[in-house]
Design a protein around this ligand. Structure first.
Ligand SMILES: CCCCCCCCCC/C=C/CC(=O)SCCNC(=O)CCNC(=O)[C@H](O)C(C)(C)COP(=O)(O)OP(=O)(O)OC[C@H]1O[C@@H](n2cnc3c(N)ncnc32)[C@H](O)[C@@H]1OP(=O)(O)O
Length: 389
């Protein structure tokens, strides 16, 4: 099997003491409080706004439908019915986002739009372009770079159902905005601790099989977004990464890591199996032997090891990680965007179909694993704190 190693350039790998920056607990205080009245007032307010553009209108439409009718429940329009298909796609992308959250996101989005149109006579500096409507992410646009930052630092950026949906929305928006490159990173001391294990707890009345089915659709759509993302996609791995946040790195174009980062896929420990196309990308990137140690035995590797094995492009000392990575990315973002996009597509298109098939197959297997005693016991152990990785 051919190894396709990324550029190897390991920097200062001296171990540093783990510095935990002040955690910024992101709790939307109003999240649980968007009343029907707030929602109705947002509905009236939206009519007074100047045209926010198609992308925002689609977001508003999707959140409105989700808030009033719940998950998308209508047949997918035909390919030639472009407008209704775009609306359907936007609604469907919200997956099982709860109605209350959709209502709150709608209210937040309208309030963000109102305040930006109130000050529309002033030219906002690019750094202020924080995009409204996200609860688990901070999405910003600056220097032709869309930055998607996972923002649940107190939970080590564990990925909830809502965060899966918001990352998909943010990627879809970034694929259409005028940014040249897109970056995924984490807030706080972790990049991400992977799937939020409480995703296994809210079992609907229809039973665990239904939950596994909706989880499978969510995960398939999530990974598909990374396979199909049309622009250069960079991961800035600011700290330890676990599970799904590691496996999807094989679908990024470039992975920069802090010297403090570690990479861990404890699937067997959790009674689960590989996802994110890692059963294909990892053996291809690092060779079957190293991939097996990670994916079957759950070996945790350091940033330096991940770089030597080709999963990481370059490691930066933790103390200068942010500065060095953003300086590099700002320079890359000035390259001709169409050329970068086309080069990415030439590289990716050859493999797209295969990656989609691998994603579907991995999820078919994983869906069965979720129903196994091995998986249930492992999740219960974590949630009752008998086990930690
Ligand atoms: C029926 C099927 C439905 C399925 C629906 C899902 C669909 C998609 C599935 C995709 C599958 C992906 C596979 C994976 O990602 S596997 C990896 C899963 N992750 C883990 O197992 C990590 C678990 N976490 C830990 O082991 C530790 O927290 C840590 C990451 C090593 C950090 O330890 P540390 O001591 O530093 O910190 P704490 O443990 O005190 O964590 C701080 C708080 O954060 C909470 N936390 C952290 N990680 C998670 C997590 N993954 N899920 C839920 N909660 C998490 C932790 O509980 C603490 O919360 P607290 O302060 O309230 O106690």
């Amino acid at each position: 099997m051919a190894h396709t190693k990324r550029t190897l350039c390991v920097r200062n790998q001296k171990r540093r003491s783990l510095q935990v920056p002040a955690l910024q607990l992101h709790v939307s205080k109003t999240a649980m409080r968007a009343s029907q009245k707030d929602f109705e007032s947002a509905l009236s307010q939206v009519k007074l706004l100047k045209d926010p553009g198609n992308e925002v209108k689609l977001k508003l439409y999707a959140l409105y439908k989700q808030a009033t009718e719940g998950p998308c429940n209508t047949p997918k329009p035909g390919v030639f019915d472009l407008i209704n298909k775009a609306k359907w796609d936007a609604w469907n992308a919200l997956g099982s986002l709860p109605k209350e959250t959709a209502r709150q996101n709608y209210v937040d989005l309208v309030s963000g739009l109102s305040s930006s149109s109130d000050s529309s006579s002033q030219v906002k500096p690019e750094a202020d372009r924080k995009q409204p409507g996200y609860e688990t992410l901070v999405v910003t646009y600056e220097d032709s770079i869309t930055k998607i930052m996972m923002n649940r630092p107190a939970k080590k950026n564990a990925v909830t159902t809502q965060m899966y949906n918001e990352i998909m929305l943010a990627l879809k928006a970034a694929s259409k905005d005028d940014s040249a490159i897109t970056v995924l990173t984490g807030n706080g001391d972790y990049y991400s601790s992977g799937n939020d294990l409480t995703n296994f707890t809210d079992i609907p009345p229809e039973g665990i099989e239904e939950k596994a089915k909706s989880g499978a659709i969510l995960l398939r759509d999530f990974v598909d977004c990374f396979i199909d993302f049309p622009k250069p996609l960079i991961a800035a791995v600011n700290g330890p990464a676990v599970g799904i946040s590691v496996t999807i790195l094989g679908l990024f174009d470039t992975v920069y890591a802090s010297s403090r980062a570690t990479f861990h896929t404890p699937f067997s420990h959790l009674g689960q199996s590989p996802e994110g196309c890692s059963s294909y990308t990892f053996p291809k990137i690092m060779g079957p032997a190293k991939a097996a140690e990670m994916l079957i035995f759950g070996k945790k590797i350091t940033a330096a090891e991940a770089c030597a094995q080709g999963l990481v492009t370059e490691v930066f000392p933790d103390s200068t990680f942010q500065k060095e990575v953003w300086t590099r990315l700002k320079a890359y973002s000035k390259l001709p965007p169409n050329a970068m996009r086309i080069s990415k597509q030439v590289i990716r298109n050859r493999e797209k179909e295969k990656l989609h098939a691998i994603n579907a197959e991995e999820i078919r297997v994983l869906q069965e694993r979720w129903l196994s005693d091995e998986c249930t016991n492992a999740v219960m152990n974590f949630l009752t704190r008998k086990a930690k990785l």
